[in-house]
Ligand binder design. Structure first.
Ligand code: XBP
Ligand code: MG
Length: 254
């Protein structure tokens, strides 16, 4: 099958945004609202089981703060907190606070010059995606992505396949012609349920998750001077040291 497109997850895959980005912004929003909520690094790792910031806050209350007195308009409070969190998060990105992961910019450029189409399928808020691409890559790079499928555009977030199906529909492509890139079990489940072969680059929060359903599991895409480590592979990699287009074509079954 000819490889037609790459579909990227954002948080954890394009950049390590969770621990020092989203988590910090949530805490800033809680403090600004005068709440005694604080998500430390370990607790945030557990909360990541639930995707979506608004959903994550609700899960936190249900699971960890059952006695906290809910206001009559809990939805309104969550929406206001989430808007403040997005403001803090995008301000952090605008300061250049979070770089892309190793090999991401190289892989995107290689794909573009080879005519591989690019798309995004993420749970996060759309403005977080554009802010990351603009500030960690270049402002023009937002236009490199034909489809940016993000946030509440589908009702069911990952691990549901809906966001991948939405992106494929907008691309007008069958899943067999694409590769998905993810960092988490929830993301892998979403991509696989939509029929995409999936490459995983792990991070500290996801390293120990079950990725048996992935076609390749790496610690990073890698660079010529910074080779990847292979954590799991369905096929021989013939000495490859970084994830590039020739490896992508092999994985896609070209
Ligand atoms: C990661 C997420 C997001 C972010 C927070 O999504 O689960 O919820 O943690 O973003 P992905 P919002 O890995 O699919 O990009 O607060 O904007 O929801
Ligand atoms: Mg992710």
């Amino acid at each position: 099958m000819t490889l037609a497109a790459f579909v990227f997850d954002v948080d954890g895959t394009l950049a390590d945004t969770e621990r020092d980005g989203h988590r910090v912004a949530f805490n800033q929003a809680f403090a600004e609202a005068g709440l005694d909520w604080h998500w430390d690094v370990a607790l945030y790792g557990k909360l990541l089981a639930v995707t979506g910031g608004k959903e994550r806050m609700r899960h936190y209350l249900d699971r960890y703060r059952p006695d906290w007195a809910r206001p009559a308009d809990l939805d309104g409070l969550i929406a206001r907190l989430h808007a403040a969190k997005t403001r803090y998060y995008t301000a952090l990105l605008a300061k250049g606070g979070i770089p892309l992961r190793s090999g991401v910019a190289r892989l995107l450029r290689e794909a573009r010059s080879a005519g591989i189409r690019l798309a995004i399928a993420t749970t996060t808020t759309p403005e977080n995606v554009t802010a990351l691409i603009e500030h960690a890559l270049t402002p023009e790079a937002v236009g490199w992505f034909e489809v940016i499928a993000a946030g509440d555009v589908v009702p069911a977030k990952k691990p549901a396949p809906d966001i991948y199906r939405y992106a494929l529909d907008k691309l007008g492509l069958a899943p067999e012609t694409c590769l998905a890139f993810e960092d988490s079990k929830n993301g892998l489940r979403a991509a696989r349920a939509a029929g995409l072969r999936t490459v995983i680059t792990v991070n500290d929060y996801t390293r120990d998750q079950d990725f048996t359903d992935a076609v390749l599991v790496l610690d990073q895409f890698g660079e010529p001077q910074q080779p990847f480590h292979v954590l799991g592979s369905r096929m021989p990699l013939n000495g490859a040291r970084m994830f590039d287009l020739s490896l992508a074509r092999v994985l896609a079954g070209e």
